[in-house]
Write a protein that binds this ligand. Structure first.
Ligand code: ISL
Length: 530
């Protein structure tokens, strides 16, 4: 029997990077009213919730991930009234709002930090991680910042170091301080009372650091000093689970409230460990993001994720504001065929699908010249790593100047291909990627088997074709994804007949298929059994 529908389990969650979605004030930066204006587009697409990257007041050293007031709206995005209107109108369209809470660190401009750094005996000193220099001088231990340099910043005025896992303008909070915990639980309540129903928790698994501030051991890793350590003492501390339980208790006091954590340096096992009925509803596992366009590479990661989760509900994400867009990773030039295969995969797996704005039209990353880089991590590591501006370019709405995103000067350049690749153009083309996303989401919404159905890989004679079955009650679907650019002939499972429910390629519908099947190159085909 089908369980009662639950938005975060059965729905599709769409991430918006508010700076880049839709600007109604000609500031060059997207805003809340811009999102409200596009609600009918989002409802037509068929999404059930919007995760907004941070909208709190921020000096924007890390573009919103450095928060100066957890209960406010940054004026560049609008007002609390605008937010309220967005929530109400979204809810009316059946869309929930998910906020991004950045609770590991604040901005160095947050009043708490200003107070904390003002004097050693300030009552808020212990809201952050202050330490004396090491006995011989220098930083208290060997912890490194993710974005480069040591994790410790010297404060001349008070003669101590404070710890920051990210930029020095993002001091880490002291989650061992009960007042900090209380403040944060109240932040959840505050937004829940405003009608927010979900939260994405930024780097939640680093809230706690080792009590004794021990050095991390050396490890072979990437290029950054941060990657040359085993993060034994600055990640995943045992005290974390208690806080997740506290957060969950708050959420359980509200109807259908939800939290998904960003598991930093995730493994499927770590992500699974922090999700469950007495902790977060879900955690991100980014392993699938790292797979090539290859059926076995992807399936291996999907199965590992399912295995780690056991009974817990999965989620899948191919894009976010930190990674190169999947269209850039998998697309070939301007061709979108592979992206349709990936879209079919994302939307027919068993688990909550997350989309990132522009994914539905196959937006590619922009190339940013060195002098135009805005993401500080890109300035620091260029050319080895150009930063994250590439995946954050303005949404491509239409072919008009600045793509309809703004009438001002956009904060990041538009992708030069926007006149040909945009929402308006793809809306009028039934064979577009956008049209395919709409069809996929509509099919998914209508078919409990594609939402709650069991998932089982199906052995198929062709290695380049991924095949799996979703079955629920009397309904079953066979999903066939041809990862090769050449056509494939294969045999359908014996003794059953199938009807095409949706294909990325033209195909006569309503014609029962049995036995041999011919698939086009890069075809995504969803067959209904019986
Ligand atoms: O993007 C990264 C580096 O290239 C990641 O390591 C990223 O820093 C990590 O996934 C944590 O991300 C989150 O917290 C950061 C913020 O900059 C990211 O945008 C956010 O998603 C600090 O708040």
């Amino acid at each position: 029997m089908q369980q009662q529908s639950l938005w975060w389990r059965d729905g599709v969650i769409y991430q918006i990077y508010p700076r880049s979605f839709n600007d109604t004030t000609a500031s060059g930066i997207g805003d809340l009213n811009g999102i409200t204006e596009k609600l009918s587009y989002l409802a037509d697409l068929g999404v059930d919730a919007l995760w907004l990257s941070p909208i709190n007041p921020s000096p924007d050293v890390d573009f919103g991930y450095d928060v100066a007031d957890y209960r406010g709206i940054d004026p560049k995005f609008g007002t609390m009234k605008d937010f309220d209107r967005l929530v109400k109108q979204a809810n009316r369209a059946g869309i929930q709002i998910v906020l991004d809470l950045v609770l590991n660190h604040t901005s160095d401009q947050h009043p708490w930090f200003l107070a904390s750094r003002s004097a050693r005996d300030n009552p808020l000193r212990d809201y952050y991680l202050w330490r004396d220099p090491a006995p011989g001088g220098g930083p208290p231990n060997n912890w490194q910042a993710v974005f480069g340099g040591p994790g410790w910043e010297w404060d001349e005025a008070t003669g101590q170091y404070y710890y920051h896992m990210f930029y020095k303008e993002q001091p880490d909070l002291n989650w061992r301080n009960p007042k900090v915990r209380q403040e944060m639980l109240d932040v959840f309540r505050f937004w829940l009372d405003q009608g927010v129903r979900g939260f994405r928790l930024d780097v939640f698994n680093v809230y706690f650091k080792d009590k004794r501030f021990r050095d991390n051991p050396f490890a072979l890793g990437g290029i950054r000093p941060f990657d040359l350590q085993r993060h034994l003492y600055d990640f995943n501390q045992p005290e974390l689970v208690g806080v997740l339980q506290d957060i969950r208790n708050v959420l359980d006091g509200y109807d259908a409230a939800y939290a998904i954590g960003e598991t930093f340096l995730s493994t499927p096992e770590k992500a699974a460990e922090y999700a469950g009925p007495d902790r977060l509803h879900a955690c991100f596992n980014f392993e699938v993001t790292k797979a090539r366009y290859h059926p076995q590479a992807l399936m291996r990661r999907i199965l590992a994720w399912q295995e780690a989760l056991g009974e817990k509900w999965p989620n899948y994400v191919f894009n976010n504001h930190d990674v190169i867009r999947s269209a850039t990773r998998y697309g070939q030039g301007e061709d979108d065929q592979r992206l349709k295969v990936m879209a079919a995969l994302l939307l027919t797996l068993r688990g909550t699908p997350f989309l990132y704005y522009g994914e539905e039209i196959g937006m590619r990353d922009i190339k940013v010249r060195r002098k135009d880089i805005l993401d500080p991590i890109g300035k620091r590591y260029w050319p080895i790593y150009p930063g994250r501006d590439g995946c954050r370019a303005p949404m491509q709405w239409d072919a008009s100047p600045q793509s309809g995103f703004t009438t001002g000067e956009p904060w990041l350049p538009l992708h030069p291909g926007y006149p040909a690749r945009n929402v308006e153009q793809q809306s009028s083309d039934p064979s577009s990627l956008l049209a395919f996303y709409r069809q996929l989401i509509a099919l998914r919404r209508a078919q409990p088997a594609l939402i709650q159905g069991d998932f089982a890989p199906v052995a198929i004679s062709k290695r380049s074709v991924m095949a799996y079955r979703r079955a629920h009650a009397d309904d079953a679907f066979l999903i066939l994804l041809n990862f090769s650019s050449v056509s494939q002939s294969l045999s359908l499972p014996a003794g059953r007949s199938f009807t095409p429910a949706l294909s990325s390629h033209p195909r006569p519908a309503d014609q029962p298929l049995t036995g041999a099947l011919q698939m086009s190159g890069n075809e995504a085909l969803i067959l209904r059994e019986g």
